[in-house]
Design a protein around this ligand. Structure first.
Ligand code: F6R
Length: 242
């Protein structure tokens, strides 16, 4: 695992954008794994700047989101499908027909999850998977105790995750209780992983993922198993690394 420590969030965003641009330069029809939440917003903002400046073209790229809340109304602004449309597809000039988010409103969630893994495989697999990390060490919504072999499936959100994500909702009670998330096994199949974290609040989780034992209690420690995993953090998020 490669660990890169940078002064602040802006540098993290720029390096993340460089990695995406490098993958797309090699293959304009690359498949990106898309994270939501606060962590990748600097990467998306920097990519959007390059697209607007005409120095980067992402129109041939495909994207698969990591996760989606179960049962969230389709028009809710914090559904990950709405976030991906608003913060990724539009600003980055992606083709909406090539971007998918797990269907958290499917009548048969287990079937939707299985079909999602099949769609990733049919697209040729993910070339570069962007990841954030939860304060409890989750990646995607693979909460502690998730199996390293897990596939896309329904998960119950940990109380800590619901508390952390309450900032996106009108009240903590409004945060959904369940999600569909790519599994750790699904994520590990991506050809390259890029986890980004900023701020002191992530320092314990980053230290556990990078220096702790390989453990399902810290799902992000699964990155230690991957041949091409990079952890790009600012100084605050790196502050508990030895
Ligand atoms: C989001 C996701 C989550 C977040 C994590 C960190 O698609 O899969 O794992 O990356 O909860 O969230 P932020 O970035 O908001 O701190």
């Amino acid at each position: 695992m490669e660990v890169i420590i940078l002064p602040g969030p802006e540098e993290v965003g720029r390096l993340g954008a460089d990695r995406v641009a490098a993958v797309v330069a090699r293959n304009p029809r690359a498949v990106l794994g898309l994270a939501t939440g606060s962590s990748p917003t600097g990467i998306y903002a920097e990519l959007a700047r390059r697209v607007a400046a005409g120095t980067l073209d992402l129109s041939g790229v495909s994207g698969f989101a990591l996760d989606e809340y179960v049962g969230i109304p389709a028009d809710h602004p914090e559904s990950y499908s709405a976030v991906i449309d608003r913060e990724v597809v539009g600003p980055l000039g992606l083709d909406p027909a090539r971007v998918r988010v797990p269907d958290g409103r499917a009548a048969d969630l287990a079937a939707a999850a299985e079909e999602y893994d099949a769609a990733i495989a049919a697209a040729g697999g993910v070339d570069l998977q962007l990841l954030g990390i939860g304060t409890n060490g989750h990646i995607g919504f693979n909460e502690p105790t998730s199996s390293f072999a897990s596939r896309t499936r329904i998960k119950t959100l940990a109380p800590r995750t619901r508390t952390d994500n309450a900032r996106f909702f009108a009240s903590p009670a409004e945060v959904p209780t369940h999600c569909l998330t790519q599994g750790l096994g699904t994520i590990l199949e991506a050809r390259e992983l890029l986890l980004v974290a900023q701020g002191e609040g992530k320092a314990d989780a980053v230290a556990a993922a990078v220096e702790g034992p390989l453990s399902s209690m810290c799902p992000a420690s699964a990155l230690q198993l991957h041949r091409r995993a990079s952890v790009v953090v600012d100084e605050a998020a790196a502050s508990r690394l030895r």
